[in-house]
Design a protein. Structure first.
Length: 81
């Protein structure tokens, strides 16, 4: 399994975990977005500084890694209110 797929699975897993633990969907979604932003930026920095990828390569992957779980969080979070 690719690292990108692992990160996406981790993002969706964290989202579900927070929704299960924190019953206030709005609060859980906001906390997820903050945590996932920090984790995904960390992942981007590891890719650039240690794995040798360029900033533009990693930025494109970061958009997917952060964006897909964040979009789901916002869309589902709004519908669960």
């Amino acid at each position: 399994m690719s690292h990108t797929a692992v990160m996406l699975a981790a993002g969706f897993g964290l989202l579900v975990l927070l929704w299960l633990v924190i019953r206030d969907t709005t609060r859980a979604t906001r906390l997820f977005l903050l945590l996932w932003f920090v984790v995904s930026i960390g992942n981007l920095l590891v890719g650039v500084l240690h794995a040798g990828y360029g900033w533009t390569e990693e930025a494109a992957i970061w958009l997917l890694v952060f964006g897909a779980p964040a979009a789901v969080a916002l869309l589902v979070g709004r519908s669960r209110r």
